[in-house]
Design a protein around this ligand. Sequence first.
Ligand SMILES: Cc1cc2nc3c(=O)[nH]c(=O)nc-3n(C[C@H](O)[C@H](O)[C@H](O)COP(=O)(O)OP(=O)(O)OC[C@H]3O[C@@H](n4cnc5c(N)ncnc54)[C@H](O)[C@@H]3O)c2cc1C
Length: 360
Amino acid sequence: MKSSKENFQKAHIVIIGSGIIGKFNALELSELGFRITIIDPTELQNSSYGALGLLMGNMYQKRRGRSWDLRKQSIELWPQWITFLQKFNNELNIEKPLIQLTTNEEKFKKLVKFIYESNDQNLQILERDSIFIKNINKAFQTKNLKGMISFKDGRINPFSLLQTLDKCLKHKKINFLKGEVIKIRKSNNQWISTTRDNENIKSDMVILCNSLKAIDLIDRISHNITLKPVLGQAMEIDVNDAEVDLLSLPKQFNINGKNIIPKSKNKLIIGSTDEHSTEPEENTFEKLTNFIDKKPNWLMKGKISKKWYGIRSRPEGEPSPIMKNLEDGLIICTGFYKNGILLSPACSKWVANEIKNYFS
Ligand SMILES: Cc1cc2nc3c(=O)[nH]c(=O)nc-3n(C[C@H](O)[C@H](O)[C@H](O)COP(=O)(O)OP(=O)(O)OC[C@H]3O[C@@H](n4cnc5c(N)ncnc54)[C@H](O)[C@@H]3O)c2cc1C
């Protein structure tokens, strides 16, 4: 009898979409021996490139259910991925810890209860007298911040991650086809993906990793899936003020829902990831700095040196993400409106198991 790997080597899998989800799936499946083709019209303009790369797994406050299971699995799988990817970029790493702060007393009480009940040594309460909060208070001239620190969560630089994945995919000789898939259909047990340039790519399987556009490629009558766009935006601010040294701050932290990443002594990234619109509004600076009531002078005088946004897909009527076997040889892996970077290891593992079963 032929080994699974021999079976797998004969099979060709098309992955539509080359964001973080498509890339993780491609690598995971190529390691199993499958022949992979990724199809995408643009490589650099997706929400994965817009992400801030925070990995908020362990600090997730609901410790049961599918969402927690995916997080827990990803937390366990990330170190293995880092070891694997470091062969292609030895500087790739996850910067830890991650700090979450609030000025809302009710939210803080919930955090305290969560930490107490989770009995997890990697989570600790941060009171006002902690050194992290003292440094943040000094820089932002705040007084009433409190929160938690998670020693198991952190941040990976998404740009480095995606570039490293590309290097790795190239090394594994994974085909990349530049093109927009406008139709998929099944004919004689094979899937045919048609691009806008009229190219037809035959494969044994198709995995839809093309975020919002995935639903354009499926039969909406048989598969009742609805995805809504969700905006995430970020900006880099240049601070020209001796008053503050941004490197005195923690490497990554969140205040009242805004993610903050000091990049250098006078550069800061601020991002938000859950906005119910599709187009960024004019007042990016005000929106992204509204995490404190009274902004310090250095922040008020700060100049936006870069700003960007990304549109993610949010499932309606079912939880995120959507990972389903739609029909023989067709898998959908989308709806990562948040935490796509965090969840990519667990999701690609799920896809790989489905495909192993399909071909075994
Ligand atoms: C500002 C911002 C901050 C974020 N911060 C974080 C964070 O800190 N941590 C975290 O975990 N997540 C974060 N996210 C979320 C994260 O970016 C997403 O969850 C993740 O990138 C989703 O990846 P994806 O591969 O599903 O989609 P995408 O990266 O959007 O990739 C989809 C790809 O499909 C391609 N495509 C579309 N249609 C077709 C077609 N017809 N044919 C072929 N290809 C097609 C597109 O060109 C695109 O490349 C953030 C997002 C934003 C915008």
